[in-house]
Design a binder for this molecule. Structure first.
Ligand code: UD1
Ligand code: UDP
Length: 366
């Protein structure tokens, strides 16, 4: 029996790894252990609860306003003992967070195999997104199994010299979750508050946007609301206190904006399905929105998800106040522009990524 340890620490990693934990746990060839770093706390627990995943280890490293140094040092110190104790045959990590990078580094130091889920995404701009582009490139140097969501990500890895036998195109495990969450008859008290208004769903949290960029984004949103009577904004706000402070300073008590606590993933997917436009700097939302046919204005200068741009659902608008306002106004006023972006498509597989990964490990993990 092979021992697989799955390590994650933030909300998006949990959303994309919990379905995999549950699939692997059903396979009697594997002894599955889950270690969460606790890089996130409440936002991680929300997801664990939804997927009924109980970690074997929780490094509980989160503290308010944590720096990259805090996260890196604390995980590296604490995970050593867990890995030495369990001696897994492989550790599976996800994507590009500091949890992912540091866990892979620890595995490298201890000569433990690494399987990288959502491998091969690239902007090739090491500063954007920061520090994620570095994190994922660094993991690719170390990883033994690379589970690429699309052919584009596979090609990136091949270009960088990764052996083709180590790369598998599986689709994205995010779609596995999305298949089960969106319900036609879903309702929520906020939908009553919306009435007949069109909903803009807003999320923003990127480290490189904190400060002036975030202020610009929020001011653009204020201008949009002031222009359109029939538009309201719902903003499930990240728990980062710095983001909360800026949001409250710019939005004050605007009664056309609901700033709410982070939603459970089940609720969030249904809010996406109900929205008219999504404004976000998130990575995961860029993958989910094409399936739902929702236009996304991406509040960043670069994206590692060109598939959604190609499909027409995503548009990069950056963080300039006037550009965000102009692009959003265009979508709200011009139905043909809107229709061009709102076609549903799914570049990220058919929701069977977890099963594929399990089979690959069954056949190839020696
Ligand atoms: C992290 C990841 C980012 C990912 C994002 C998903 C890194 C460097 N960043 O960024 O790649 O896109 O998660 O959301 O790995 N907080 C809480 N409770 C929580 C979660 C966060 O209070 O459950 C607060 C804490 O004050 C914490 C702060 O948010 O210090 C920032 O969290 P952190 O994980 O450092 O950064 P994120 O922006 O969430
Ligand atoms: N999400 C959620 N609740 C929210 C906002 C987002 O469950 O209030 C989900 C969303 O559907 C997606 C993931 O969280 O699956 C994206 O996480 P985030 O934006 O925090 O991180 P990123 O993807 O940018 O790393």
């Amino acid at each position: 029996m092979k021992k697989i340890m799955i390590v994650f620490g933030t909300r998006p990693e949990a959303i994309k790894m919990c379905p995999l934990v549950n699939v692997l746990k059903c396979n009697n060839r594997f002894d599955v252990k889950v270690c969460v770093t606790g890089q996130h706390k409440e936002m991680l627990n929300q997801v664990l609860k939804i997927f009924n995943v109980v970690p074997d280890y929780n490094l509980s490293i989160m503290k308010d306003n944590q720096t990259l140094f805090d996260i890196t040092v604390n995980i590296l110190n604490k995970i050593k003992e867990v890995l030495n104790n369990e001696k897994p045959d492989i550790v599976l990590v996800h994507g590009d967070t500091t949890t992912t990078f540091v866990t892979s580094l620890a595995c490298f130091y201890l000569n433990i195999k690494v399987g990288h889920v959502e491998a091969g995404l690239r902007t090739y701009n090491i500063k954007s997104p920061f520090p994620e582009e570095f994190n994922r490139q660094a993991v690719s140097i170390i990883s033994d199994f690379n589970f690429a969501p699309t052919l584009t990500s596979k090609k990136n890895l091949l270009k960088e010299g990764k052996k083709k036998e180590s790369i598998y195109v599986t689709g994205n495990t995010a779609i596995d979750a999305l298949k089960t969450t969106v319900k036609k008859d879903y309702s929520h008290p906020i939908f009553e508050w919306l009435g007949n208004s069109r909903m803009i769903l807003l999320t923003a949290h990127r480290r490189e946007n904190i400060g002036e960029n975030l202020k610009n984004i929020f001011e653009a949103v204020n201008n949009i609301i002031a222009t359109f009577n029939d538009v309201k904004v719902v903003y499930p706000i990240h728990l980062n206190p710095v983001i909360r402070k800026i949001a409250h300073e710019v939005f004050k008590d605007n009664d056309k904006i609901k700033i709410i606590e982070p939603l459970d993933v089940l609720d969030f997917h249904n809010f996406m399905a109900k929205s008219y436009i999504i404004l976000t700097d998130s990575g995961g939302i860029q993958e989910e929105a094409p399936s739902l046919g929702k236009p996304v204005l991406v509040l960043r200068d670069t994206t590692e998800r060109p598939e959604g741009i190609k499909a027409g659902t995503l548009k990069l608008v950056g963080t300039n106040k006037n550009t965000i306002y102009k692009e959003c106004k265009k979508l709200l006023e011009d139905i043909s522009e809107y229709n061009k972006m709102s076609k549903a498509s799914n570049p990220y597989g058919n929701g069977t990524a977890c099963k594929k990964i399990a089979k690959i490990l069954e056949d190839n993990l020696k």
